[in-house]
Design a protein around this ligand. Structure first.
Ligand code: PAF
Length: 278
């Protein structure tokens, strides 16, 4: 496994690697969700590249950029064990050198849901993903369904800018109580960690109502919200959404393929999760 921090060296290493080449972009603090992407990339490709970069431009003012968990040694050990060929670990100045001033704007889908709660977040995500795609030039890139809106944004970015990169989205990996795996979960104390299970429980309640024949999206949203509000440690519910999987616009009728998602505040972190209605 080769670990590279310079973008020129990474570009050269990728050019010299056998194809197909797959990229798994991450911000590190790897867990089984990331590793499921690496494993799938390994079985699909000749070369597996993983990037580890906590991207400052996708964090807003007052968000948890400095507190975001980081453990490079543990990450490298896991990636080695999972058969990674190339790891790209640039620093901030390598990705955003002085004079950097070009941004990727994916349009109105970036302003909905997470984008409404975190203005500028998807501009930062789309820009760094476009840069990683430009440096690595992968055949495929792997993302987790856990960041549901991010998958829509990245697919759109790759399509709109004719990047010729296949975006592969894999299912959310969950703990035994349903909590979606996330690097930020380590910041929860045991009591908050127990309470966090309410997020998936609430989405499951919405899904159950829909599966039993209720197609009125507002009733599905209410069922989710009710379950979330029953958990006292969940301080603020940012949104409960039943949205089109392409435009992310809110739906009146919850049809097959719609994305049921929520974001809540719990102790020091914000938790997001979603399920596709199918
Ligand atoms: O999902 C993430 O970890 C990040 O948003 C990504 C895609 C690596 C971009 O920084």
């Amino acid at each position: 496994m080769r670990v590279v921090s310079s973008k020129d060296e990474m570009r050269r290493a990728c050019r010299e690697s056998s194809r197909p080449l797959s990229l798994v972009p991450t911000m590190g603090a790897l867990h089984d969700g990331h590793l499921s992407l690496v494993d799938r990339a390994r079985s699909d490709s000749s070369t597996v590249a993983v990037s580890i970069f906590v991207n400052p431009t996708q964090f807003g003012e007052g968000e948890d950029f400095t507190e975001y968990p980081r453990d490079l040694d543990a990450d490298l050990e896991l990636l080695q064990r999972h058969g990674t060929d190339l790891v790209f670990v640039p620093d901030v100045a390598e990705v955003y050198p002085p004079g950097f001033d070009t941004w990727v704007d994916v349009g109105p889908i970036a302003d909905r849901l997470e984008g409404a709660a975190r203005p500028g977040h998807f501009r930062g995500v789309a820009t760094v993903v476009a840069k990683l795609f430009g440096i690595v030039q992968p055949d495929r890139a792997y993302f987790g369904q856990k960041d549901g809106q991010q998958t829509v944004v990245v697919r759109k970015l790759a399509r709109d800018l004719d990047m010729g990169i296949e975006v592969v989205v894999l299912p959310t990996v969950r703990e035994s109580d349903g909590l979606a795996m996330s690097s930020r979960n380590v910041r929860l104390n045991p009591e908050q960690r127990n309470a966090a299970a309410a997020v998936y429980r609430a989405l499951a309640a919405g899904m159950n109502l829909w599966s039993s024949g209720e197609a009125d999206a507002s009733k599905v949203r209410d069922a989710v919200r009710q379950e979330l509000e029953a958990e006292p440690l969940l301080e603020v519910v940012d949104y409960v959404s039943v949205a089109s999987p392409d435009s992310l616009e809110e739906l009146d009728r919850a049809g097959r393929g719609a994305m049921l998602s929520t974001a809540v505040h719990l102790g020091p972190i914000r938790l997001i999760d979603n399920v596709i209605m199918e």
